[in-house]
Design a protein around this ligand. Sequence first.
Ligand SMILES: Nc1ncnc2c1ncn2[C@@H]1O[C@H](COP(=O)(O)OP(=O)(O)O)[C@@H](O)[C@H]1O
Ligand SMILES: Cc1ncc(COP(=O)(O)OP(=O)(O)O)c(N)n1
Length: 267
Amino acid sequence: MQPVLSIAGSDCSGGAGIQADLKTMCALGVYGMTVITAITAQNTTGVFAVTELTPEMVRQQMQAIFEDIPPAAVKIGMVSSAPIIRTIRETLQAYDAKNIVVDPVMVAKSGHFLLQPEAVDELRHLLAIADVATPNIPEAEALTGLTIEDAAGMEAAARQIAQSGAKHVLVKGGHRCNDANDLLFDGNQIMVLPGKRIDTKNTHGTGCTLSSAIASYLARGATVAEAVSQAKTYITAAITHALPLGQGAGPVGHLIDLYQKGKLTYN
Ligand SMILES: Nc1ncnc2c1ncn2[C@@H]1O[C@H](COP(=O)(O)OP(=O)(O)O)[C@@H](O)[C@H]1O
Ligand SMILES: Cc1ncc(COP(=O)(O)OP(=O)(O)O)c(N)n1
């Protein structure tokens, strides 16, 4: 079983962050490990408090993992502040980490800032070592300064973000209103991952789930194009089976029972 590492924040309500990543990894048949960057108090209605871990504690967690069980892929989610991001980048480089997926988490769907605004430059440096970067539309706008209104805007942003050094850029279309098409740029070509918009309010954790699914499929030996396409299938099914829990945006469903019953395959 391939080991996969999530470096991210904890969501105590279980819909996003580390908890979503572990559920995804479990469903996709890889061995999940975690480095926690911050603890949040949040639920389906919002984020109420955030406490960061120290950069030193983040470094020590990473060291403990890389010295013992080097991951086949690493997903990075909520990173909170510039010193933590720098520590993550330096440690990943020191261990020559493979299959790095960076989800540049900035703002929760509920509107709470999960990244300090002054950390955006450091986040750009982290993107430079990414095999895959997965910004949503507001994140792609913040990283590029562009306004994205259509597929052409998504493509322009993907091309600009790739200049940071990220080998592949997936601009996610979940924030569009007419479809849910995502767009992958590999440095040469654009590939559209078509998606029909599912009419649901229960989309808590979509970005976390997608990026950890990409990391899981990469660890299982898929190419980036294959991993992104299989992860798109997974997130679409997870949104289709989202759970009406809580009073706000409920969490996506992780289909573990469907996979176990053989009704869905891993690819
Ligand atoms: N209502 C929806 N219907 C279908 N797919 C969706 C929907 N909302 C999000 N997605 C998909 O979920 C994935 C995560 O996208 P997005 O929600 O934009 O990320 P984030 O959670 O980072 O804001 C993408 O593949 C996107 O197309
Ligand atoms: C701890 C933590 N990390 C990331 C997020 C953002 O999750 P995401 O899947 O991008 O989208 P929403 O859950 O905000 O819809 C988070 N909320 N908490």
